[in-house]
Design a protein around this ligand. Sequence first.
Ligand SMILES: Nc1ncnc2c1ncn2[C@@H]1O[C@H](COP(=O)(O)OP(=O)(O)OP(=O)(O)O)[C@@H](O)[C@H]1O
Ligand SMILES: [Mg+2]
Length: 537
Amino acid sequence: MKTFQEFGLEPTILRAITEMGFEESTPIQEKTIPLAMEGRDLIGQAQTGTGKTAAFGIPLIHKINMKEERISALIMCPTRELAIQVAEEIEKLGRFKGIRSLPIYGGQDIVKQIRALKKKPQIIIGTPGRLLDHINRKTIKLDDVQTVVLDEADEMLDMGFMDDIQSILKLVPEERHTMLFSATMPTNIQKLAQQFLRNPEHVSVIPKQVSAPLIDQAYIELHEKQKFEALSRLIDMEAPDLAIIFGRTKRRVDELAEALQKRGYAAEGLHGDLSQNQRDNVMRKFRDGSIDVLVATDVAARGLDVSGVTHVINFDLPQDPESYVHRIGRTGRAGKEGTAWTFVTPREIDHLHFIEKVTRHKINKKPLPSLAEAIEGKQKMTAERILDVLQNDTQAEFKGLAIQMLEQYDSVNLLAAAMKLLTGDKKETNIELTPEDPIRARKKKFDVRSSGRRVGGGYGSSSGSGDRRQGGGYSSGAGSSSSSNSRYPRKDSRDYGSNREGGSSSSSRNREYGSNNSGNRDRSRAPRKSEDTLVNK
Ligand SMILES: Nc1ncnc2c1ncn2[C@@H]1O[C@H](COP(=O)(O)OP(=O)(O)OP(=O)(O)O)[C@@H](O)[C@H]1O
Ligand SMILES: [Mg+2]
């Protein structure tokens, strides 16, 4: 792998990279940075958690002319959380160069944004709806933009942002540099690419060889009614540092977060019906560890990078293989290992196999965690906590009393009693969740190579064939036999509302779907990739 010194980057950027702790480039960075520095349009595809943000961020910052007082680069993202996160990474990368960047997203006070825009940022990172709102108000002008990046381009299309993206890109000079990134690439991306990219280079890093997978994937077959008990046992057994639990709907997320809290877990929910303040709060708490379980809809499936996420649990099976890939990709990032569990009801087994086929990854079946395993897990946690205190040597003030007690009582019994207290009794609150409909397999064409499997090789291993063959594989009718998509539940009940960024309430184009709308997708805008493939041509 190349070191960053070899790219001929400005010293200020190299300094920032070093401060961020990046030692060598990841495969996608190694491939895209030189091309992007030359100004080549490109479609970048690489697995989750392999540094795509810096892959576009570094060359973009390198190219910014600091004398420029107008917006020179525009990055579009599908969700607010992602816009905030990408803006933070850009800010870190551009710190020593003195880059001014600004996230622009719905749900935040527009007046505040307008004020911030007066400081003349060179880079804007935004969600399409709010961007358009500013464009209409003439508070954002794009006629000096030289570089455009579409992060999670396929998801933005999927969410129906095509029109918005088109309107925005029409206002950017044609002489520009455009880059498009995601871990998965359906064919409708080709349409966008043809329209907006000039002779793009496809840069894909999908390892041919399955090396040691960084995400350990397993599933548990169970009935809807057993899910909650299984979840709490699983959390006890596995004792995650940080876990993200995905639920299918906002209602599910609310109920689940509340149920977990009742059982004594530090959990909170994230979905599009929350106010932006609430969303920010939940994310902040999760990032700083004041909660260790984030329960979320697919609003958190894409791009989010929270270090320390050891577990992803699909409480409900995701609708699409892409969604599965992105969801589990919230763990096993930046060369770390992670574990992904998926709950599958008997009627959903077909769909699970479909996901396995498309992602070309076998998901191992595991038994329901037993009560004994859960208890053992909790006890181990307690033991670890005790040993932590011991290691940090912070128990001095208890020593006197400990000596006294040990004179009177048996040491094993004493420690066991203390552990029992520390572990706490399991709160046997009875939990009833509203059942969700099962997801069933539907006929769909995919290209397995573009499924973005996380099969290691993201960091340092010899991955990255970079070939652009159209992958063979499961291009025909995986899944069950129906040919009518309408038979199957679409993502209608999913949390698209949250993702659909809107303008402010004063905008005539009030598209703030996140708050009062039920969150159903507006399907007239963009059909879900029904017959699409994930082909990476
Ligand atoms: N060269 C590097 N060395 C070490 N860490 C890196 C390097 N590049 C990026 N990272 C870190 O890796 C993590 C994942 O990066 P990033 O969020 O850009 O992944 P991604 O490929 O965009 O994933 P996703 O498909 O989920 O959006 C981040 O914490 C980032 O700071
Ligand atoms: Mg990303």
